[in-house]
Design a binder for this molecule. Structure first.
Ligand code: DAH
Length: 341
């Protein structure tokens, strides 16, 4: 038999043996038998030097090609065992748990508040977080020298990269009032949740970013009684049925009269406890009747129309509802905290 046909029959034999190999061990044995140092193919190659010169080249080439082919077949066979090791997989083992995300407590609180008000006929609206002086202050009847415009409270944006002059991060959601009034004809009845920013020292009660829900209604014959009714209904629905409200006279540039609203303490119902600092009342929001100057600034006729507005801090509402004592917990992304809600 010529050397070339020896190589050919070796390939055929090795191929068949590989095919019937039933384990990685058996494949290894075939490999050693044919390709190993003392194996059949190297044996043939050793004889090449004794061949007549003109046969050496084709035989050497054929032997090399055979080695590469066999190598490939061995690898493929070994890989086929790898994937069929699936057969040993224990499908009864418990899987690794998938963690499911959930809305952040603040997002949920805003959604819950908006939902209660939307059932009372309020539309839900949003406004920009980057705002101009006019929408955050001017049209809301803040005089030009009002201290709330001071750098202490407001983050102003630097004029750069094509940003126009005089932009700021809104300090409250009351900007949505102006924007909605400008784009709607009364009656309007809107609730506007969102993020606000203040340049304040961070503490357990204050953070530089927080959230508010703004509410307002404008129409003919809207009274303080409507405001009281809607706020009481909200608090009784959101907190507890026996909640009572107390209106304390206050001041906001955009409302007249203005009030701060306290609700009877959730924990002690007015008797006095550590939650209400032994006062029996908890402050929850600011509100009032929309100032005629705001009406005029947006082109509403204050002689014909009236309205109320209110604004509440979402963090404060959530802290009261869930007895959370530090506002910073909302912003630390500690899963031990977040997973409780
Ligand atoms: N914008 C006020 C604040 O951030 C909250 C507020 C008070 C909103 C009275 C109102 C309102 O709409 O009538 O402190």
């Amino acid at each position: 038999m010529s050397v070339l046909s020896q190589i050919e029959s070796l390939l055929a034999k090795a191929g068949a043996e590989l095919q019937s190999a039933a384990s990685a061990d058996e494949v290894e044995q075939v490999k050693v038998r044919y390709l190993g140092r003392k194996g059949e193919l190297p044996g043939i190659l050793k004889g090449v030097k004794d061949l007549p010169v003109e046969e050496r080249k084709p035989v050497g080439a054929a032997a090399n090609k055979a080695r590469v082919m066999l190598d490939g077949q061995v690898k493929a066979k070994l890989e086929s065992f790898d994937s069929s090791s699936d057969a040993d997989f224990d499908y009864t083992l418990p899987g690794s748990p998938l963690t499911v995300g959930r809305p952040h407590l603040l997002v949920r609180t805003m959604a819950d508040i908006a939902e209660i008000f939307s059932r009372k006929g309020f539309l839900v609206a949003n406004g920009p977080e980057i705002e101009s002086d006019r929408y955050n202050f001017g049209a809301l009847n803040f005089p030009p020298d009002h201290p709330a415009r001071d750098m202490q409270d407001t983050f102003y944006l630097r004029e750069a990269n094509g940003l126009p002059e005089g932009l700021l991060l809104r300090t409250h959601t009351s900007n949505v009032q102006v924007r909605q009034f400008e784009s709607r004809t009364p009656p309007v009845k809107i609730i506007a949740p969102g993020k606000v920013f203040r340049h304040e020292a961070v503490s357990s009660r204050a953070y530089c970013v927080f959230h508010q829900v703004e509410g307002f209604q404008v129409g003919t014959d809207i009274t303080l009684g409507d405001l009281k009714g809607v706020l009481l209904a909200f608090c009784q629905e959101y907190f507890a049925e026996n909640i009572e409200l107390r209106f304390r006279p206050s001041f906001f540039p955009f409302t007249e009269p203005s009030a701060e609203v306290d609700m009877s303490c959730l924990l002690c119902a007015g008797k006095g406890c550590s939650i209400c600092k032994y006062d029996g009342w908890l402050e929850i929001l600011g509100c009032g009747m929309i100032d005629p100057n705001v009406m005029s600034a947006v082109g509403y006729d204050p002689e014909v129309l009236s309205g109320y507005a209110f604004g509440m801090g979402v963090e404060r509402i959530a802290m009261l509802k869930h007895r959370i004592t530090d506002i910073r917990l909302f912003y630390e992304n500690d899963l031990r905290f977040l997973r409780q809600f």
